[in-house]
Design a protein around this ligand. Structure first.
Ligand code: NAG
Length: 178
């Protein structure tokens, strides 16, 4: 039970926290592995993808493929020889996402608005169903005559005469106080 809760927490932890502490980015720092490593070496610099940190301590991809190694080699020479694609590939070695990609607005609000209306509608249906099939007829004690009789009786009994109900009734003039 506890294990599954902590696992769920780990999954839902916000990016900022992951950046500071746990395995996601450490994994990225240590070679961008898909498979989960058995341990994370926190003594090594880590890649951190946050807008406040334009220059993470480590590149995004640390275990380069042969092509990437060749590209890195080419990077040491004149950059005029690099094509646009190679420049982008070099960028992607150092960074996972560009600022533009990080700043892109999420469309999640649509899901949230949809969800809100869905549950409002569901609630409305439930309310309607209750009104039609669950509630009985309105009790006779709520009829106008009954309430009038009940009010008269309460006034006659002088219910709460100091600050309550019949304190609002003027017994001399036989009407509600103004
Ligand atoms: C890299 O970017 C993708 C989206 O393009 C994102 O899902 C993923 O979490 C990012 N990885 C890291 C380690 O920040």
């Amino acid at each position: 039970m506890l294990v599954s809760i902590t696992a769920a927490l780990r999954r839902t932890r916000p990016l900022a926290w992951r950046c500071l502490s746990t395995t996601g980015l450490a994994r990225a720092a240590q070679g961008h592995d898909v498979t989960e490593p058995s341990f994370v070496d926190f003594t090594k610099p880590m890649y951190c993808e946050r807008r406040e940190m334009p220059l993470p301590d480590a590149p995004f991809v640390s275990q380069l493929t042969p092509e990437q190694k060749a590209l890195k080699e080419k990077e040491t020479r004149s950059w005029k020889e690099l094509t646009k694609e190679e420049k982008v590939a070099l960028y992607r070695i150092s960074f996972n996402r560009s600022y533009e990609e990080m700043n892109k607005k999420s469309q999640e609000w649509k899901t949230i608005v949809g969800g809100v209306f869905y549950f409002l509608g569901l609630g409305g249906l439930l309310l309607w169903w209750h009104r039609v099939y669950v509630y009985g007829p309105v009790p006779h004690t709520l009829s106008e005559e009954w309430v009038a009789m009940q009010t008269k009786r309460m006034i006659d009994m002088r219910v709460n005469p100091v600050t309550g109900f019949s304190s609002h009734w003027d017994y001399q003039k036989n009407e509600w106080k103004k």
